[in-house]
Design a protein around this ligand. Structure first.
Ligand code: ATP
Length: 342
């Protein structure tokens, strides 16, 4: 059942001409973690602010548990919506200790202890925010947002102030807590790794419109548009034509095997997205490539290779040291090949 439904939402800010959102429709189900992902300025924060009630749309309707909270004639104010917020900078009250921060909006103050335990901060109730690490501050912000049993929580770039290791740890912890409490959550991020790691579904936004909505696997494995293929993960995009068998794409570098062609007809001109990991080094492989450049990355080596006139990005295995200029053979694995409309 949808908890939040956005229907045909449009928004242009006062004093600007370019719409921040154009006819956006989206629904989020009970207990789901949905991430709004996209580049700076695509409308992620605007979407969150409209749901929270910090902005009003020019057009469209928002429903919360089947009840209209925003329409041309309806306006339920933010404090009456039952929505929790976690901000990028956590927005904790600096003069209040952890317990009072969490209990701020609570009638039953004893709930603060339960929340402290939930986020693993038992014993920290008297600490001020300035006495906590970034990760601990974030847990307090999450506890505060969850304390009043919200129908939905909204998290705006919650991991962006954390360093790389802590970010991965907090990502896991936050998702665990949200799932434990069966809370519906909407995250905003421009970080595709965060989005792939935490989401049940991802909504990729571009220029105020929805480019694609799907599970992390669907978004990564079968991007529908060139924008999604290039924004989420790395990708090689080639032009091609669908072959007679409907499962082969003919390109400049030869035929590319493919499991899904989205029912496009043979002869259709398309783009094909080949993930770097779909190019597998194989002495028997049909594709001959010249290594142009290698970047060592620990668990993988990013290689720029030339196949015919095309430069492609491939991932090699770290144990191999291959000098630039070497010719190696690749085969293409069909699983991660996505066909994109031309
Ligand atoms: P970022 O990742 O940079 O925060 P975003 O995807 O969250 O980007 P929004 O903040 O929703 O994007 O902005 C969408 C568009 O609306 C942008 O073009 C932005 O400049 C514009 N915009 C956002 N807030 C305002 C405002 N208060 N007044 C005028 N224009 C705004």
């Amino acid at each position: 059942m949808p908890v939040i439904e956005l229907k045909n939402i449009s928004k242009t800010y006062h004093g600007t001409t370019k719409p921040a959102l154009k006819d956006l429709s989206l629904s989020i189900n009970q207990g789901e973690i949905l991430t709004l992902l996209g580049p700076s300025g695509c409308g992620k924060t605007t979407t969150l602010r409209l749901i929270a009630g910090f902005e009003r749309p020019d057009k469209g309707t928002i429903l919360l548990n089947n009840r209209t909270i925003v329409s041309q004639n309806t306006w339920i104010p933010p404090e009456k919506r039952g929505i929790g917020m976690v901000f990028q900078d956590y927005a904790l009250f600096p003069h209040l200790n952890v317990e009072d921060n969490i209990a701020f909006n609570l009638k039953d103050k004893s709930k603060a202890f339960e929340m402290l335990e939930l986020v693993g901060l038992k014993g920290y109730n008297r600490h001020l925010p300035s006495e906590l690490s970034g990760g601990q501050q974030q847990r307090v912000a999450l506890a505060r947002a969850l304390a009043s049993n919200p129908k939905v929580i909204l998290l705006d770039e919650p991991f962006s102030n954390l360093d790389a290791d802590l970010r991965i740890q907090m990502r896991l912890e936050v998702v665990q807590i949200i799932k434990e409490t069966n809370t519906t959550a909407i995250f905003v991020t421009h970080d595709q790794k965060d989005a792939l790691a935490i989401s049940d579904r991802i909504a990729v936004l571009n220029n105020g419109t929805l480019e694609q909505l799907g599970t992390p696997r669907e978004i990564y494995q079968y991007p529908h548009t060139r924008f999604v293929a290039e924004f989420v993960g790395q990708s090689n995009i080639l032009e091609g034509i669908i072959g007679e068998d409907g499962r082969t794409i003919h390109t400049d570098i030869g035929p590319i095997p493919c499991h899904h062609t989205h029912n496009s007809k043979p002869g259709t001109k398309v783009f094909v997205s080949i993930r770097p990991s779909s190019l597998e080094q194989d002495p028997q492989g049909r594709l001959k490539a010249i290594i142009e450049h290698l970047t060592y990355g620990g668990d993988t080596i990013d290689a720029v290779v030339k196949i015919g006139e095309q430069e492609l990005l491939a991932h090699l295995h770290p144990e191999e040291v291959i000098p630039p200029g070497t010719e190696i053979n690749f085969r293409i694995l069909p699983d991660f090949i996505a066909v994109i409309e031309h």
